[in-house]
Design a protein around this ligand. Structure first.
Ligand code: FE
Ligand code: FE
Ligand code: ZN
Ligand code: FE
Length: 194
């Protein structure tokens, strides 16, 4: 592919991002559906809404730059990240563990987007497209906030719901109304047999 100018590179980058966001519009609902922790479901659903706005914003960026259409390119990286996300969704795991796998996949996605928008914004800045810089920064801020939200959901809601703690700190909980506590592994028995 010939990319003789910075304008062309920006166009190519924007098409890649457009493809990435479009793929996410299909993947995020599946991730939200598979999530159990209400805060995670809510975060993913809220980000799906934001993503719709991001696609809209990209269209405005394209219009400003006189790019006829942003379709026609496939972001291979997002395809791969979503593929990994699918592996998470297919895991046979307790709900909280599955939620953490979903968060791990979702944060990889957000970081990829942050890198992509950051670079595109820098190119637009160099080319003096102030309006485009503003639009790309708005989305970049949303991606970054989504990433931080996922970190907060993990530490405030998902990890606390998991009984397993650091070794030797597993509490002997009398409450049996929740998931059965993970069985202590056979290690002590094995040691005793020696
Ligand atoms: Fe996005
Ligand atoms: Fe890409
Ligand atoms: Zn401009
Ligand atoms: Fe995002």
């Amino acid at each position: 592919m010939k990319v003789p100018t910075l304008d062309k590179l920006l166009e190519d980058q924007l098409k890649d991002i457009y493809s990435a966001e479009s793929q996410l519009l299909k993947a995020l609902p599946k991730m939200a559906k598979a999530a159990s922790t209400p805060a995670l479901k809510a975060a993913l659903t809220a980000h799906l809404e934001e993503t719709r706005g991001q696609v809209e914003r990209l269209t405005r960026v394209g219009e400003h730059l006189g790019i006829a259409k942003l379709t026609g390119k496939k972001c291979a990286a997002m395809e791969g990240l979503i593929e990994e996300g699918k592996e998470a969704l297919e895991m046979e795991a307790p709900p909280a563990i599955l939620d953490l796998a979903i968060i791990a996949a979702a944060q990889r996605v957000e970081h990829y987007e942050m890198a992509a928008y950051g670079t595109a914004r820098a190119i637009a800045e160099h080319l003096g497209h102030g309006e485009v810089v503003k639009l790309l920064q708005e989305t970049l801020d949303q991606e970054s906030a989504a990433d931080e939200k996922l970190t907060a959901v993990a530490s405030d809601a998902v990890f606390p719901s998991i009984k397993e703690g650091p070794e030797d700190e597993v509490e002997d909980d009398e409450d049996e109304d929740e998931k059965p506590a993970p069985k202590k592994k056979a290690t002590p028995t094995k040691a005793a047999r020696k």
